[in-house]
Ligand binder design. Structure first.
Ligand code: NAG
Ligand code: NAG
Ligand code: NAG
Length: 647
């Protein structure tokens, strides 16, 4: 430096001597000898003289290149303006001033550079803790770049420094960059990335030769630990509501999105809120709900399955029929409209005793309400009456503590007993005299108590209903009341029947015993001993011949006994009796047989005629009696009268 000073001093001394010699004609430039100009800027070089009234100026470059500027001279000043400065202005410019015969020259070295913008910091992606990241610092449009130095710092720590000492084989603006790859840590949050670019241009201090850009480190953490909490449960009742809250960790704090997974797998967005409340849930709302925590660098998802149970009604108990002692009956328990039935259990109990249970473990491939049932056949006994049939349906819900889901129905058992032990009493007797009253009483055991139905059996076997009272009262019976009476005990479990035969009898009366033609006949005569009884059939009449050795029952036809050719032995006492449960009548007659001298058979023609007539008369008498009886029946038949007529 001191050497240069000496040199400058020497030059100025020489100039001063020249000016002094030519009456102090002097030249000055601004800047004095060197100008540092940035490309694109506007730069002026000024040349001024003193000691001359009207000097002339000229500008040239030392190697006679074009000026690449505009000259403006006025009075003692000339200005060369370069606007904009370009590479073509990198020259040593000479200003020549002429005053009469005197000529002065002065040079200015123009140096150019380019450093127009702050560095740019580029990241290869968002910063994620633990994930390598490349940061690039870019310095655009630099010249001369062999003088460039770039430092990249993280906070106070210098990560990389680079000088671009390449050969400058051409004049051009270049963009230079520096790259560093590093792995961010959580402590990097908030630190500054600094990119500092320096352009080392000698002895220049007026222009900025250093530019820097800072960027705060934004470190991200991808969402993780996504957690869903469900209140009260993932299993809900139809109509119920549920609140689900989702949280996710990350930097920045992840946004929460709730969606529902559709059947095709797509997500249907529900809410952008961490808390999702679903109300009035329906069975179709069952499904997979998805929470996603999302931030700039990633997402994390969690799923939860909600099951809306439908268990709306109590089970229904049905019996295949009324339970009857000893008869199999099927009980079914139906649980209507249940969902999901894969967790359903049905139990059938009789009293405390479990009869059957079943778990429905089928796969559910569709969301639908189903009716499930359980059947059981058993044989009821009378001891079961008073017990209770219980159908219990349970939906097994593990996570649900607050409400064990269970429904049950009960049905008291009443075991019916089919009618049995049917018994009939006839008062006073099943054989009674016509005109008397008869009470026929029927009873039967059964549960419930059987209804009694009295009927009369018709000739064709059909039953003609008579009464539903237990006692069938026949007041003042008639002969036609005879017949078969049927009592039936009926309840819903069945029927039982008993038959009784009622016989109405008439006490014999008006019995007559006659001998025809006479009680006194001759040996060899024909005698007809005839017994008639008006109100009883002939079959009820017994005709006998009394004897010491024992009575002989005579074989009579229609009450008549014919003795042909009467012998002496035929004489004697003849007795006719008509007897039944309600009474008897007895008549006797004594037949006298006289011997004849002429013992030859004799048959008088008169007797034959009489005989023939009698065979007509006897039926005629019967008819008369019949009509008389008919007439009697039409009137009031008095029991007292009947008794009186008895002998
Ligand atoms: C989230 O839910 C809260 C409470 O229900 C509500 O106040 C808020 O507006 C909701 N935000 C959004 C984005 O839905
Ligand atoms: C029949 O029953 C009625 C009523 O119980 C009674 O008054 C009557 O004496 C009974 N008759 C006979 C023949 O038992
Ligand atoms: C018997 O039944 C008849 C109808 O069939 C009824 O009028 C009568 O009162 C009943 N008698 C008794 C004793 O129940």
């Amino acid at each position: 430096m001191p050497g240069k000073m000496v040199l400058f001093f020497g030059v100025s001394t020489l100039l001063w001597m020249m000016i002094a010699a030519s009456q102090a004609f002097k030249i000055e430039t601004f800047p004095e000898s060197r100008s540092l100009a940035q490309i694109g800027d506007s730069v002026s070089l000024t040349c001024t003289t003193t000691g001359c009234a009207s000097p002339t100026f000229s500008w040239r470059t030392q190697i006679d290149s074009p000026l690449n500027g505009k000259v403006r001279s006025e009075g003692t000043t000339s200005t060369l303006t370069m606007d904009p400065v370009s590479f073509e202005n990198e020259h040593s410019y000479l200003c020549t001033a002429t005053c009469e015969s005197k000529k002065l020259e002065k040079g200015i070295q123009v140096e150019i550079y380019s450093f127009p913008k702050d560095p740019e910091i580029h990241l290869s992606g968002p910063l994620e803790v633990g994930e390598p990241i490349t940061v690039k610092c870019l310095v655009p449009d630099v010249y001369p770049f062999d003088r460039l130095e770039v430092d990249l710092l993280k906070g106070d720590y210098l990560m990389k420094k680079q000088d671009f000492l390449e050969d400058m084989d051409r004049k051009s603006l270049e963009t230079k960059s520096l790259e560093v790859t590093f792995i961010p840590v959580i402590e990097d949050i908030g630190k500054l990335l600094v990119c500092r670019a320096k352009l080392h241009i000698d002895e220049i201090d007026s222009e900025p030769k250093e530019r820097e850009t800072t960027k705060e480190l934004q470190v991200y953490i991808s969402p993780k630990n996504t957690v869903i909490s469900v209140n009260p449960s993932t299993r809900l009742q139809e109509g119920g509501s549920v609140t689900m809250t989702c949280s996710s960790e990350g930097l920045p704090v992840p946004e929460i999105f709730w969606s529902k997974k559709q059947d095709n797998g797509n997500l249907q967005r529900l809410s952008g809120n961490a808390t999702l409340t679903l109300i009035a849930m329906r069975m179709e709302d069952s499904g997979i709900y998805v929470c996603e925590g999302v931030n700039q660098i990633g997402k994390s998802r969690k799923e939860v399955e909600l099951i809306v149970q439908a268990f709306p009604r109590d089970p229904e108990i049905e019996l295949s029929g009324p339970p009857v002692n000893g008869r199999p009956v099927t009980v079914s328990c139906k649980v209507p409209n249940v969902y999901p039935f894969d967790r359903l259990e049905i139990e059938l109990l009789k009293g405390e005793t479990m009869m059957k249970n079943k778990e429905f473990l089928e796969e559910e491939d569709k969301k639908s309400l189903e009716t499930k049932s359980l059947e059981m056949t058993f044989i009821p006994t009378m001891e079961d009456t008073g017990k209770v049939l219980v159908c219990q349906a349970k939906l097994h819900i593990d996570e649900m503590e607050f409400e064990p889901k269970q429904r049950q129905s009960t049905q008291p058992l009443f075991v019916n007993v089919a009618p049995r032990d049917i018994a009939v009493w006839v008062s006073p007797s099943s054989i009674v005299e016509e005109g008397r009253s008869v009470n026929m009483t029927c009873s039967s055991y059964g549960l419930p108590a059987p209804k009694i139905l009295w009927s009369r059996q018709l000739k064709n076997g059909d039953l003609q209903p008579l009464s539903e009272n237990t006692t069938l009262a026949l007041i003042s019976t008639k002969l036609e009341d005879s017949g078969i009476y049927v009592c039936e005990g009926i309840n819903l479990a069945g029927k039982s029947r008993k038959e009784v035969e009622l016989v109405i009898q008439v006490a014999p009366k008006d019995i007559q015993l006659t001998a025809f033609p006479s009680k006194s006949v001759k040996e060899g005569d024909t005698v007809i001993i005839s017994c008639t009884c008006g109100n009883v059939p002939e079959t009820w009449i017994i005709l006998k011949k009394k004897a010491e050795t024992g009575d002989t029952v005579l074989k009579s036809i229609d009450g008549a006994y014919t003795i042909r050719k009467a012998q002496l032995e035929d004489a004697g006492v003849y007795e006719c009796e008509s007897k039944n449960e309600v009474g008897s009548q007895l008549r006797s007659i004594t037949l006298d047989v006289k011997g004849r001298e002429n013992s030859k058979d004799y048959f008088s023609p008169e007797l034959l005629v009489l005989y023939c007539a009698s065979s007509l008369i006897i039926p005629a008498i019967g008819m008369i009696i019949y009509f008389a009886r008919k007439a009697n029946m039409k009137g009031s038949y008095s029991l007292v009268e009947a008794q009186k007529s008895k002998v």
